[in-house]
Design a protein around this ligand. Structure first.
Ligand code: 5GP
Length: 256
């Protein structure tokens, strides 16, 4: 199999990056593996990789249409997409529109409480440290991103939030919060900050507008049941559920 001979560049919790077909590209492979609480909880969500590949493709394409640069090039197959090889900035940018998760815990605010405005938080991407929350001071002092890079990241984050809130609202979903990652894309001598990683129910909290039903990874984190169904429902509402439906969600698997 051709896939087994490809050079594996990096393996994360939910994705594998392989060497791409052309210089400057990578193949991003979406696994069904799910982790939560800094790797303490592990499991498989059947079909998640196939659905997140499609959902992230759809969202990245819509964002590119409105001028948000991303690493996405094109989807290759059920579980893989071609992306540009960017230098990942080790900062997770989290946007919160409604209190939930870690924010609710920290401020003892009931999940679903409205916030006075959208709040942006930064975490240092480091599993050993448990992704600690940091400020712009840490980011620039430690050289993870220059102040100009951080400005670009913030601007792109707020634009993405505005756009995605509307996109999800139109299909009856509330974008409660989400996490973004950015990378540096080098073209000749020029560097641009672009959106990287993925945008999917693994990295967003999405609630049904009418019922507040959770349709995201919280169903796995908190054993709420109907986990696969939640990912399928988001894909269905976005119009990207594979035609063959849930029976066809396994797709090809990586050769280890
Ligand atoms: P919280 O800080 O409440 O755990 O997460 C806030 C939002 O960011 C949630 O939508 C969550 O899914 C996302 N998020 C935070 N950290 C991570 C992470 O390490 N990986 C992924 N995929 N999403 C994250």
């Amino acid at each position: 199999m051709q896939r087994s001979r490809r050079r594996r560049i990096y393996e994360g919790k939910a994705k594998i990056l392989f060497e791409g077909p052309e210089p400057g590209t990578l193949v991003q492979y979406f696994k069904d593996d799910a982790t939560a609480f800094n790797n303490q909880k592990k499991g498989i969500i059947t079909g998640k990789g196939v659905l997140n590949n499609r959902i992230s493709e759809f969202i990245m394409e819509r964002l590119m249409e409105i001028g948000v640069p991303t690493h996405f090039v094109r989807r290759l197959n059920m579980r893989e997409q071609l992306v540009r090889d960017v230098e990942i900035i080790p900062v997770e940018v989290i946007v919160r529109n409604v209190a939930a998760g870690n924010f609710s815990k920290r401020f003892k605010m009931e999940e679903g409480s409205p916030l006075p405005r959208s709040i942006v938080e930064f975490c240092y991407k480091n599993d050993d440290l448990g992704d600690p929350m940091v400020t712009e001071e840490h980011i620039t002092a430690f050289g993870w991103a220059a102040p100009e890079d951080l400005d670009d990241m913030l601007h792109l984050t707020l634009r993405t939030n505005d756009f995605l809130r509307g996109l999800f609202r139109a299909i009856g979903l509330k974008l409660v919060d989400f996490k973004l990652e950015f990378g540096r894309l080098w073209e000749n001598e020029e560097m641009r900050i672009v959106l990287a990683d993925e945008i999917s129910p693994d990295s967003c909290r999405l609630w049904d507008i009418k019922t507040d039903e959770k349709l995201d990874k919280d169903r796995f984190r908190h054993d709420l049941g109907k986990v696969e169904e939640a990912y399928q429902e988001v894909a269905r509402r976005l119009g990207v559920l594979p035609a063959a439906g849930p029976m066809d969600l396994e797709g090809p698997r990586t050769v280890q």
